[in-house]
Design a protein around this ligand. Structure first.
Ligand code: ZN
Ligand code: ZN
Ligand code: ZN
Length: 663
């Protein structure tokens, strides 16, 4: 079983987010965005890769949109109304309310631009939104009998959600854009600790670690205040929703505290309508905002008024919020052309601008002029302030989320190639999770969980429950059991979360598979337990044995023994082992020598099958028949090497030869 992710956009770039995930026989499209930096066919995902024939309805089971930003929803009306997809589309309630405004804003911008062909109409937007099913956070949505989805709060912008999807045993999360720290109007992303095969996460700030938000906001306010105090005009290019509201709360509050009278403008009627939605959807904002709304709705801005085109060249300082963000065209570009040539003025840019926009050009090294086209050139003398706060998570936030969810695989999207590569390295080395950073139109295939349901016998389950304590290894277990006093030994034993239970899975025809214990298994197959024993008939020189005896303190036991007695030679061997090894638990029992499972006695026959070639030349050699269990193999080899007075490796050679084995 595998999960296949076809990255149609936001692969090693930011823009036109779109990933088609195939798992358990289902296909889900996550986001359907457009690229703000392109005007040609690269602006939309290459949908022909999903279905060359254009039959999207049989090749996609549902579309999930994470939030209203155009790089996540911008291609949706085109895909439904022009390409003809009419299957289900899911998004949160706020996204459903706000996405049409973003789309309409963008459509107008495109129509205004000379020579620009309209990709979709207002009717297309309306028709498209009719197909959308709105969902609540944490609501379990059954798309069909096999596919289940659930939304989680993502911060970022109003209504943004991460989506969990499950088909049979296959599970995954697609984050969309998210923020792990709360901002002025939104809370931090929140998700359950889910068991995941795959996590697809954004990585805009893959290598950035941000400092305190408070300091960064102060820096912004300081720059704004300095500019208006010097009589300058401030242009804040933003999209209608999201950043505009966050900065507005910040400025409105500052104006109130500082008693400033300079006007703050919002361009077009659009943002006023957006602010109304923010007031309505206050339940999706942060706790702080919800707490203070009893006294005053924070989206009722006191100092903000709407802007009229005639005010562009009127004298005096002001602050203007104008769409679109990143100065990708439209009204913000029109104002920029007028205000950029004066060094009194200030342009405030968000932390991230898509490649190909004027915002991006301004951020990558301050240019003194920008050639718009072959007839228009803008003289840039104004100051540029780059906002260092952003509604995206930073590198620490991404690492925290990946660690918290600990999925089996991670795919990075929505980021820049070199930064993604560095984050990918960290996820693999620090968290030990396989990570991928595919380019656009690449497919990543990862394995998914396959669990088999089996029965288990009662005895087996009971052993699992009893097994809460385990020793680290055999050696420590030995020192625990052999220590006479308990003091100091307790720390050798530690409990573990993971309990390993060993059983045997029995699969019988037309019966459900069952896990049983070993003795139960023997009963099922009607057999008795067999044990593997290894044997070797080992030659020992009589001389070395006699030497061991004479070298010892002549004990009373040895005095009474005579050389015709088996016990005499066993005792000699015992003395030899004691002298030449550090084994302290070698025992003589009757006519046998034992050490754990290793047993040795004098071989009673001349043609013993366990001999390995040697013969008794002139009665100088004695043969000892030895046997042991595989668990004591190493002990046996050491004993045998002492008996034969040869090296360990020679003994292991002999013992591995077929004649030395008995099963
Ligand atoms: Zn976004
Ligand atoms: Zn985005
Ligand atoms: Zn033998």
């Amino acid at each position: 079983m595998s999960i296949e992710s076809l990255v149609l956009g936001a692969g090693q770039e930011v823009g036109k987010s779109c990933v088609l995930v195939r798992m358990g026989g289902k296909s889900i499209m996550f986001d359907c965005g457009m690229h703000m930096g392109y005007l040609d066919r690269r602006r939309y995902p290459d949908f022909s890769l999903i279905s060359p024939s254009g039959d999207f309805n049989s090749s996609i089971d549902c579309i999930i949109i994470t939030h209203f930003h155009l790089d996540h929803v911008g291609a949706l009306p085109y895909f439904t109304e022009v390409c003809g997809y009419h299957g289900p589309i899911y998004m949160t309630f706020p996204t459903k309310a706000l996405a049409p405004m973003m789309l309409e804003d963008y459509r107008k911008l495109m129509v205004e631009r000379r020579g620009e062909q309209e990709q979709f109409t207002s009717e297309h937007i309306t028709e498209c939104m009719k197909k959308v099913i709105a969902v609540d956070l944490k609501q379990v949505v059954q798309v069909d009998k096999d596919l289940q989805i659930r939304a989680y709060y993502a911060g970022h912008v109003l209504g943004a959600a991460m989506f969990y999807a499950k088909v049979g045993e296959n599970t995954m999360v697609y984050t969309g854009d998210y923020n792990m720290t709360p901002d002025r109007h939104l809370g931090a992303a929140q998700i359950d600790r889910l068991q995941l095969d795959l996590l697809i996460t954004e990585s805009t700030y893959a290598t950035t670690i941000r400092d305190s938000k408070y300091a960064r906001e102060r820096e912004f306010l300081k720059a704004v205040h300095k500019c208006v105090a010097g009589g300058g005009k401030i242009l804040i290019p933003t999209f209608a929703l999201g950043r505009a509201q966050e900065l507005c709360i910040l400025l409105d509050d500052y104006w109130e505290r500082m008693n400033l009278k300079i006007p703050i403008y919002f361009s077009a009627g659009l943002t006023i309508q957006a602010n109304m939605y923010y007031k309505m959807l206050i339940g999706w904002t942060s706790q702080k905002i919800k707490d203070c709304q009893t006294t005053r709705n924070p989206f009722d801005f006191k100092h903000v008024c709407s802007f009229d085109r005639s005010l562009i060249n009127s004298p005096g300082p002001c602050v203007l919020f104008a769409t679109p963000g990143m100065i990708s065209g439209g009204f913000s570009l029109e104002v920029f052309k007028q205000w950029a040539p004066s060094e009194l003025n200030l342009v405030t840019l968000p932390g991230y601008c898509v490649a190909g926009t004027i915002g991006h050009k301004l951020m990558s090294g301050k240019p003194t002029r920008i050639d718009l086209d072959k007839d228009t050139c803008i003289d840039v003398r104004c100051q540029i302030h780059q906002l260092s706060f952003s509604p995206h998570t930073d590198a620490k936030g991404i690492m925290d989320l990946v660690e918290f969810l600990s999925p089996r695989h991670v795919i990075l999207v929505h980021g820049e190639k070199p930064k993604m590569a560095s984050l990918k390295g960290r996820i693999q080395s620090e968290l030990g999770i396989p990570c991928y950073d595919p380019a656009n139109n690449d497919t990543v295939v990862v394995s998914s969980t396959k669990t088999v349901k089996v029965d288990a016998s009662e005895t087996f389950i009971r052993t699992c429950l009893n097994d809460g304590f385990k020793c680290h290894n055999k050696q420590l277990e030995d020192s625990w059991t052999s220590s006479s006093g308990h003091s100091g030994s307790l720390n050798l034993i530690s409990s573990r979360d993971e309990v390993v239970a060993e059983g045997i899975m029995v699969m019988e025809k037309s019966k459900k598979a069952k896990i049983v214990l070993e003795n139960e298994y023997l009963h099922i197959v009607g057999t008795e337990k067999h044990e593997l024993q290894l044997s070797c008939c080992c030659p020992v020189s009589k001389g070395s044995l006699i030497q061991a005896m004479s070298g010892s303190d002549a004990s009373s036991a040895s005095e009474t023994l005579v050389s015709t007695d088996h016990r005499y030679w066993i005792h000699c061997l015992w003395l030899k082992l004691k002298k030449e090894s550090d084994f302290n638990n070698v025992q003589e029992v009757d006519n046998c020598l034992s050490l754990n499972s290793f047993k040795s006695h004098i071989c009673p026959v001349d043609n013993c099958p366990y001999r390995t070639g040697e013969c008794d030349e002139g009665g100088s050699i004695m043969f000892f028949c030895c046997s042991w269990s595989p668990i004591d193999e190493k002990i046996a080899w050491r004993v045998l090497s002492i008996m034969r007075e040869t090296s360990l490796s020679e003994v292991s050679e002999v013992c591995r030869s077929p004649t030395g084995l008995l099963i």
